[in-house]
Design a protein around this ligand. Structure first.
Ligand SMILES: NC(=O)c1ccc[n+]([C@@H]2O[C@H](COP(=O)([O-])OP(=O)(O)OC[C@H]3O[C@@H](n4cnc5c(N)ncnc54)[C@H](O)[C@@H]3O)[C@@H](O)[C@H]2O)c1
Length: 368
């Protein structure tokens, strides 16, 4: 249970890689509600580097030792997908609030145990889906909620680049799946959230490995269609096969209007450089020639706003906008999507097969 009811929320981060850096930076950017007091990551991942960069005072190589620290109230998980469930359960059992990165976990059984443990221990389980906080997408939703587009019948979300930065993403034993698991989870959550969480009737999905067969058994391209009970459709496109850097955009169509939002092109400086420069945008292959450097990158994604919100939830100032139940729903749709791609059929929800080791197995070995 939380030990303090006022002051800054004392946060610890598990992991010292890509997203752990974003978590730490997010609390630095919005420092009024929370402070990062500890980081834990195995020695080989050099947690001291992250600690130094963000002035984090306590460093652990075993996260369980960090969980014994009494003053820590909220722990964010920035470790590979395979580890999310056990970490969530350990954090909850230590009486601390949990922020679990996407995708939620590997199996629905894990999802249930994560939710049950947090509920029994009386801690919050917050699912880190930053698209619920992405300012441009939030604006699109506000307009939709105000009736700008009338009845919305199609929501599209698309995220594409040429593949992730760390080897474990390509190893389906650690990731649970390819691009659909990694980024399809964003699109599923986004469409569901945008439409105010209507029931999902069925899921259709197509996927393939077009480019990276040498690196992974996982899919590097996927298209997913969600049919909602209210008649609306979600269309989710993801790729690790797309050259030219990062793409993240949405389209919203209603009988009364339409809006488009492109996270990178709309917030970029079309730039030509003969010589190159430090940094353009996440996953940009080069900074020479024509590039599209972004500014305020984390803010434009919504990460600081997301972490700020979670800290406020710990203090009871806000209600979690993204929960373990959202993570579980996404997990179920991931199962259904892989099963659909494996069988060529639309899969009705609820879809809760037992003893699935990892979602991608439903595509690789669908057991028609
Ligand atoms: N919300 C987003 O947009 C977003 C973006 C990137 C990653 N993520 C998610 O964050 C998670 C981590 O991804 P990443 O890109 O940071 O990967 P990464 O490879 O950059 O970092 C992973 C880190 O996990 C830590 N780790 C590994 N084994 C561990 C263990 N046994 N105990 C404790 N820590 C351990 C290490 O510190 C390692 O650096 C993944 O689940 C990923 O899907 C989310």
């Amino acid at each position: 249970m939380p030990v303090a009811t006022k002051g800054k929320v004392k946060v610890a981060i598990i992991g010292s890689g890509f997203i752990a850096d974003i978590h730490a930076d997010s609390f630095r950017l919005m420092p009024d509600e929370a402070e990062v007091v500890a980081v834990a990551s195995p020695a080989e991942y050099e947690p001291e580097k992250l600690a130094k960069k963000f002035n984090i005072p306590r460093i652990f190589t075993d996260y369980k030792e960090m969980l014994a620290e009494k003053d820590i109230e909220m722990v964010t998980i920035g470790a590979p997908n395979l580890l999310h469930a056990q970490m969530t359960i350990d954090i909850a059992n230590a009486g601390k609030h949990v922020v679990c990165e996407k995708p939620f976990c590997m199996t629905l059984e894990e999802a249930d145990e994560m939710i049950d443990t947090c509920s029994k221990k009386g801690v919050l389980l917050m699912y880190a889906e930053e698209l619920f906080f992405t300012p441009k997408y939030v604006k699109a939703k506000q307009m939709a909620d105000e009736g700008a587009f009338g009845k919305v019948y199609l929501v599209k979300q698309c995220e594409k680049h040429f593949g992730p930065h760390a080897p474990w993403f390509w190893d389906i034993a650690k990731s649970g799946g390819g691009v659909f698991m990694d980024m399809g989870c964003h699109g599923i959550a986004f469409c569901y959230w945008f439409l105010d969480r209507p029931k999902i009737k069925n899921v259709y999905c197509q996927m393939a490995t077009h480019v990276h067969t040498d690196k992974t058994k996982g899919e590097d391209d996927s298209i997913c269609i969600l049919e909602f009970e209210n008649g609306a459709v979600g269309l989710i496109e993801d790729s690790w096969a797309r050259r030219g850097g990062m793409e993240d955009r949405i389209e919203v169509y209603g009988e009364g209007g339409v809006t488009y939002a492109d996270l990178h092109m709309g917030n970029a400086l079309p730039t030509y450089s003969e010589y190159g420069f430090g940094y353009a945008v996440e996953k940009a292959p080069t900074t020479k020639g024509w590039t599209y450097p972004v500014y305020e990158e984390l803010w434009n994604y919504g990460f600081p706003q997301e972490m700020h919100h979670f800290a406020r939830c710990v203090r009871g100032k806000e209600e979690p906008q993204s929960t373990g139940e959202d993570g579980r729903l996404v997990q179920q749709v991931l199962y259904a999507g892989y099963q659909s791609a494996g069988t060529g059929k639309k899969i009705d929800l609820p879809f809760t097969p037992k003893n699935v080791r990892r979602p991608i197995d439903l595509w690789l070995n669908p057991g028609k």
